[in-house]
Design a protein around this ligand. Structure first.
Ligand SMILES: [Cu+2]
Length: 247
């Protein structure tokens, strides 16, 4: 299980250790040691709220059972078709000293050899880029795939979060579609620790396109209106947040 991690770490070692402005992270963008700059948005503008997302499908990315980090990121359209509801569970995360941990939707799927680096950068159809960091008070200005930027880092293990993201889509064909992409789990220095592809796990509606939403999957989680994780508040978390901003 460690070989893939070691490979990923080695492949990015020279890069992720060079946490200085102008260096290149394993994520493929220069590091940035500043705070979010409100109003920074994509070259193509703010992300659009996704609507008419298919009601009866769930995409789930389950981390490989061979890895030390286990868990899943599941996505189901909200009941009104606007945005996507995420159900996240992660466990087996390494030492807290490597955190806070991050996870993102990456643009490309994981190849058969499991190489997380091949998933390329974050899902970013509006060409936002990673810097300055996401301002979570303006999620429409963030990279669509930057789930921890918008909804909070992983600061505890096991970790569970449920939230709605208005900018991701379960509608195939859109730039914000996550179904043919992957999730990556990172340490605070962006090293890729684990990755998995989103796969269609349920499609309980019939093929009718009449617009009926009455057959929403009974397993679809309910929208969660709170923040992703508010139970872990400490000096360490504050310090970790500062570290995250330094990336
Ligand atoms: Cu990532």
């Amino acid at each position: 299980m460690h070989s893939a991690i070691a490979l990923a770490a080695l492949s990015g070692l020279a890069l992720v250790n060079a946490q200085v402005p102008g260096a290149t992270t394993i994520e493929g963008s220069p590091t940035y040691d500043g705070l979010p700059v409100p109003g920074t948005t994509g070259k193509l503008g703010n992300a659009a709220i996704t609507q008419h997302n298919p009601q009866c499908v769930t995409y789930n990315a389950t981390l490989p059972s061979t890895g030390s980090i286990q868990g899943y990121v599941a996505a189901t359209a909200n009941a009104n078709g606007t945005g996507v509801f995420f159900n996240v569970f992660l466990t087996g995360l390494p030492s807290e000293s490597l955190g806070p941990f991050l996870y993102h939707i990456h643009d490309q799927p994981v190849p058969a050899d499991g190489n997380c680096t091949a998933t390329e950068a974050h899902l970013d159809p509006y060409i936002r880029g990673e810097i300055p960091p996401c301002d979570n008070t303006q999620p429409e200005t963030c990279q669509v795939g930057d789930l921890t930027g918008k909804h909070g880092n992983v600061t505890i293990s096991p970790f569970a979060a449920q939230y709605s993201d208005l900018y991701v889509s379960t509608q195939a064909g859109l730039g914000s579609f996550l179904g043919n992409r992957s999730i990556n789990i990172h340490s605070a220095n962006t090293t890729r620790l684990a990755c998995a592809n989103f796969e269609l796990v349920s499609s309980s509606c019939n093929s009718s396109t009449s617009g009926s939403n009455s057959t929403t999957s009974t397993t679809a989680p309910k929208p969660f209106l709170g923040s992703a994780s508010t139970t872990f508040v400490s000096i360490g978390a504050v310090a970790a947040g500062l570290v995250a901003f330094l990336l």
